[in-house]
Design a protein around this ligand. Structure first.
Ligand code: AP5
Ligand code: MG
Length: 197
């Protein structure tokens, strides 16, 4: 079960990704968390990316693809993983596909979480107060939304063309969204099993 979580900033990729991954015993791989960890550690990568994260822009495709490929090569991510925040560009999606093809694997399903802009802004402004994540300022949130529309949204068409896209309403309680996701995932897995047998 190789799952990709797509969706705008604040839609719930991290919240739901972590729950779903635990439920499925899959590795939860959040590129945003990985990058923030590098910044916190003060590593060379962290120094390179901290101003990019703070500005709400994307770090380079080469850097992120290398990080993800190395993470996917770890034992716990060989059969089951949930990618949250990656891929974010067509380049990254193609890199993921060719990396998986070498292992005779392919993405099982791309889950697109959907919420309206007002809900997203409400959530991110609430988190800014509660946690103070460096990129939750109004200016950076606006930039992150722009980047999502210009660079990441084309992935919806990419996965749609491959017949792998599932849209899920991300508005409701965390439990309600979780149940919706599980239902769609159950259906997608049984569909992919019947086509591969
Ligand atoms: P990343 O960390 O991926 O940030 P993001 O996509 O902007 O999304 P968020 O993490 O803010 O939101 P989320 O969808 O995870 O929602 P969450 O569950 O937290 O990326 C950060 C940066 O890293 C990027 O800007 C870029 O610079 C860099 N980066 C990362 N990946 C990259 C890549 N592949 N290529 C290049 N650069 C990359 O929820 C949000 C809030 O809402 C939380 O407070 C949560 O508690 C709350 N909430 C969740 N669900 C609900 C609900 N149902 N009802 C009410 N509140 C809810
Ligand atoms: Mg997140």
């Amino acid at each position: 079960m190789l799952i990709v979580f797509l969706g705008p900033p604040g839609v719930g990729k991290g919240t739901q990704g972590s729950r779903i991954a635990t439920h499925l015993k899959a590795a939860h791989i959040s590129t945003g968390d990985m990058l923030r960890q590098q910044v916190e550690d003060g590593s060379e990568i962290g120094k390179k990316v901290s101003s990019i994260l703070e500005a709400g822009k994307l770090v380079s495709d080469d850097l992120i693809v290398e990080l993800v490929e190395s993470r996917l090569s770890q034992e716990d991510a060989k059969e089951r993983f949930l990618l949250d925040g990656f891929p974010r560009t067509i380049f990254q999606a193609e890199a993921l596909d060719s990396f998986l093809a070498k292992r005779n694997q392919e993405v099982t399903v791309a889950m697109l979480l959907v919420a309206d802009k007002e809900e997203i802004l409400r959530r991110l402004m609430a988190r800014a107060k509660a946690e103070g994540r460096a990129d939750d300022t109004p200016e950076t949130v606006a930039q992150r939304l722009d980047v999502y529309h210009n660079q990441t949204k084309p992935l919806v068409g990419y996965y749609e063309q491959l017949g792998k896209l599932q849209r899920v309403d991300g508005v409701g309680t965390i439990g309600e969204v979780f149940d919706r996701l599980l239902k769609v995932l159950d259906e997608s897995t049984s569909a992919s099993e019947s086509t591969s047998s």
